[in-house]
Design a protein around this ligand. Structure first.
Ligand code: DQA
Length: 150
């Protein structure tokens, strides 16, 4: 682990492990491992270390958030369906006092009404949706700039 670089956490919530085969017309055909690989590489170019986690379990994501509160400088999160349901996740994100970048591959506002509500957007530094995997890259650029004080 490179101790010197600022660290940015990327968290992918429930069902995002299925990317590539899950509803490809909505979420594309790229696999999560490929997206994470590009983000790690981009992080190197931007001078930050990127650590990615995917979990299908709300409690595991909460524990992970608690564990990175001292070690990391920002969180990029696609909470999946938890976006629309989880006060627990919102409280955990609030509790660690780090800048939050909320990402969705699809444009949730152009989809079913239950996806229009996010418990996370109100506490996020930025929300990126509808840009596919590129949304993570824009979020990483923004987070790296903020961490560097630019
Ligand atoms: C999603 C949108 C959510 O509504 C959905 O539950 C997901 C993925 C997205 O990336 O577009 O799991 O967060």
């Amino acid at each position: 682990m490179n101790q010197d670089l600022p660290r940015i956490a990327i968290i992918h919530g429930p069902n995002l492990n299925l990317l590539g085969t899950r509803e490809p017309d909505v979420y594309g055909t790229e696999r999560l491992a490929d997206i994470n690989g590009r983000l790690v590489q981009l992080g190197k170019e931007l001078g930050v270390a990127v650590d990615a986690l995917q979990s299908n379990h709300e409690g595991e994501i909460v524990d992970h958030l608690h564990s990175i509160r001292e070690s990391h400088s920002a969180v990029i999160i696609n909470p999946g369906g938890l976006t629309h349901t989880s006060i627990v996740l919102r409280d955990a994100l609030l509790g660690i006092s780090l800048p939050i970048y909320e990402v969705h591959l699809s444009n949730v506002h152009a989809r079913e009404e239950f996806r229009h509500k996010s418990y996370i957007s109100g506490i996020a530094a930025a929300v990126l949706c509808g840009l596919g995997a590129q949304g993570y890259e824009f979020a990483l650029r923004a987070a790296a700039s903020k961490v560097a004080g630019r």
